[in-house]
Write a protein that binds this ligand. Structure first.
Ligand code: DX5
Ligand code: ZN
Length: 214
């Protein structure tokens, strides 16, 4: 069954604990945690200290999405703050050596590792890393902001990645513009994890929103 990862970017930070409890109670599988540095993307969100606070109030799997330049420099702080999985952006890296070093570094600390591609980056560019990562995150909007519309061409990427699953073991996660319609499209084409921010947190009935995604 597909896993649902509500993105706390769309939560109400004046009552974060309540919002986390609300998604725990309706069986969210993961918490998606978007880190933005104002450099790799044109927005600033939150860092590792809030992640550490979050880890104290929930047992949910902490799915950390780093939208930052130079992830190797900061990754240990997110590991120390109890990330369960750390996904970095392919586009934030300078070369293959750096990518391999970062993957190994995260693996060696017994944390799961994911690689993400922006809408304009082809699947082909990360093909050589599929054996070494636990997850591939397909961005279905330009990273940086919640509440954008799903880019339909992402479905082709999910399908393409799905073909490689015969030979490699990794999860396919999709992030951006997920609602009941686009979520089903992703699921039917092989997505394992759906990230949804505004669709869940702004819903009048959050349980219904999650049920419709599953
Ligand atoms: C966007 C973030 C997403 C965002 C999704 O850069 O990576 O995780 O929270 O928000 P929605 O579901 O509202 O598109
Ligand atoms: Zn994200």
């Amino acid at each position: 069954m597909v896993k649902i990862a509500p993105s706390v970017l769309s939560a109400d930070f004046t009552k974060l604990k309540e919002d986390i409890e609300s998604i725990e109670n309706i069986h969210a599988d993961w918490i998606h945690y978007d880190v933005m540095d104002g450099h790799f993307v044109d927005n600033i969100s939150f860092g590792y200290s809030i992640l550490n606070d979050l880890s104290k109030i929930t047992d949910l799997f902490l799915d950390v999405h780093l939208m930052i330049s130079d992830p190797l420099r900061y990754v240990d702080r997110f590991i120390d703050a109890h990330a369960s999985l750390i996904t970095f952006h392919y586009e934030a890296m300078n070369n293959e050596n750096e990518i391999r070093e970062l993957i190994k570094h995260i693996n060696d600390k017994n944390v799961l590792v994911g690689i993400s591609i922006k809408p304009s980056t082809p699947v082909e560019s990360i093909k050589k890393y599929l054996d070494d990562v636990d997850l591939v995150l397909v961005m279905s909007v330009e990273p940086g902001f919640g509440g954008q519309s799903f880019i339909e061409s992402s479905v082709g990427k999910i399908r393409e990645l799905n073909q490689y699953k015969d030979y490699h073991h990794f999860l396919i996660e999709v992030d951006g513009g997920i609602n009941d319609y686009t979520g089903k499209l992703c699921k039917d084409n092989g997505a394992d994890v759906l990230v949804a921010g505004s669709y869940i947190f702004k819903a009048e009935d959050r349980k219904k929103a999650i049920d419709l995604l599953k």
